[in-house]
Write a protein that binds this ligand. Structure first.
Ligand code: AMP
Length: 434
């Protein structure tokens, strides 16, 4: 890791530090249902507080409208509705202004942070407005203020220069610790530094940990190195597949993605999810694996249903068939028992394992066995570095109680996938080098 971290900062006493966190936590009826992201941010915040910094915390929450901006912009979904005459822009904004300050406020996060940090955290009811300015100005050494949801301003995602200037006026030092949004180039994640508005820009402990474990494992893996990819679509993971094939010894493909590969090999996949446009790409990847001498494992048996469950957790009738011989009226929705064993045996002998994406429609309990088997195999891979790249696979490991048996569960699904792709994340690229 060649980026500076908070540990490299000298003399934090009395300095105002802006920390971009990822407090986009799941909420239900105003209560936080999973506080992992808050806990993940604590080491950096505590370090700054203990060293006497005046800490300004900021984050987004969900996908709100820009209700704090003078000029309000509609998202694509709204525009479609307006164009179709279903509603008006005014009605959408009026509703957003009524609902979103309650639904997507960061106030509950500030409250929880205040409990966890000994009553030293206040909350600003705006982002760069009068309340934020007053609360930042009132900060004493070792205290924090959390600003309201950054995305209540469209300027955040559009990297607006004036908005960046206002944020930058709150600090002498910028810390990025929001791994979950490090693949986005927004005002608070990258532009504030890219525009030269803050000269000292470093990463926090959470980003440092994510990078050290994931980037190092990708670049210098202890072998055998097994990568597992699942999830719905091949198209979403084109570069991930190609990059991982170069780095790993075995690439395992399950989930909805597998059927395009199986069809590319001449298999019959019934009504399973297939991306016809990507059949050529899959053939290319199968060739690439062969020419690089890499193993590419696909399902050998498949759990099939007549229809996709609706609702997703509805009871389903299943049977197991050979993966390349799926009946014309059936669709593959999970890996079969033989495949679970095949994949698990490979995972258990690995020294480095990375995993992203479920093996089946795991939201349905009858179709979750493949995903559970892979999570179990990672938990059983003794002596191996095991990494779960966020999203559904991370949720599966946590829900199954395997989290403490996995070396690293990433806090960023999209960001970790981009790392697996070999991309440099904008939120990290902009930081000072050591
Ligand atoms: P992704 O966001 O690409 O990681 O995909 C996750 C989604 O893939 C989950 O909601 C799963 O239900 C879905 N999925 C996994 N396997 C299949 C399958 N065989 N057919 C359809 N969807 C699937």
């Amino acid at each position: 890791m060649n980026k500076m971290t908070v540990k490299d900062l000298k003399d934090l006493k009395g300095k105002r530090v802006l920390v971009r966190c990822d407090f986009n936590v799941p909420m239900k009826d105003g209560a936080i249902t999973d506080e992992n992201r808050i806990i993940g941010a604590l080491p950096t915040i505590k370090y700054l507080m203990e060293h006497g910094a005046k800490t300004v915390l900021c984050s987004h929450m969900g996908k709100p409208h820009s209700i704090f901006s003078d000029e309000v912009k509609l998202n694509k979904k709204d525009k479609k509705k307006v164009d179709a005459g279903e509603t008006t822009a005014e009605a959408i904004i009026e509703k957003a202004k009524k609902d979103e300050p309650k639904k997507l406020t960061l106030a509950p996060v500030a409250k929880r942070l205040n409990e966890l940090l000994g009553g030293k955290v206040t909350f600003a009811s705006d982002v760069v407005g009068a309340d934020a300015q007053a609360k930042v100005a009132a900060l004493k050494e070792g205290e924090c203020v959390l600003l309201e949801n950054l995305r209540f301003h469209w300027e955040e995602e559009k990297k607006d220069l004036e908005f960046c200037k206002k944020l930058a006026s709150f600090c002498e030092i910028y810390v990025n610790d929001a791994f979950g949004t490090a693949h986005r180039s927004h005002a608070s994640t990258a532009a504030i530094v890219e525009y030269g508005l803050v000269k000292t820009a470093v990463c926090g402990f959470l980003i440092e940990k994510e990078l050290t474990v994931m980037a190092d494992s990708l670049e210098h893996p202890t072998r055998p190195f097994v990568a597992i990819l699942g999830g719905a679509k091949v198209a979403d993971k084109l570069n991930v597949i190609s990059n991982l094939l170069e780095k790993c010894d075995t690439l395992i493909i399950g989930g909805g993605m597998a059927y395009t590969f199986l069809k590319a090999q001449g298999g019959s996949v019934g009504t399973s999810l297939v991306d016809e446009e990507k059949l050529g790409y899959c053939k290319e990847m199968l060739e690439k694996a062969k020419s690089l001498g890499k193993e590419l494992l696909l399902p050998v048996d498949t759990v099939v249903c007549k229809d996709f469950p609706d609702p997703i957790d509805a009871p389903v009738e299943i049977k197991t068939v050979v993966s390349k011989e799926i009946p014309a009226d059936m669709m593959g929705l999970d890996i079969g028992e033989e495949t679970r064993k095949l994949f698990a045996d490979k995972i258990k002998t690995a020294k480095t394992v990375i995993w992203n994406g479920p093996m089946g429609v795991f939201e349905n309990p009858t179709l979750a066995a493949g995903t559970i088997a892979v999570a179990q195999a990672l938990a059983d891979a003794k002596g191996a570095t095991t990494i779960v790249g966020g999203g559904d696979s991370a949720a599966a490991c946590t829900q199954l109680g395997f989290a403490d048996k996995i070396t690293h569960i990433s806090t960023g699904g999209g960001a970790s996938l981009e790392l697996f792709e070999g991309k440099v994340l904008p939120g990290i690229a902009c930081l000072n080098e050591k």
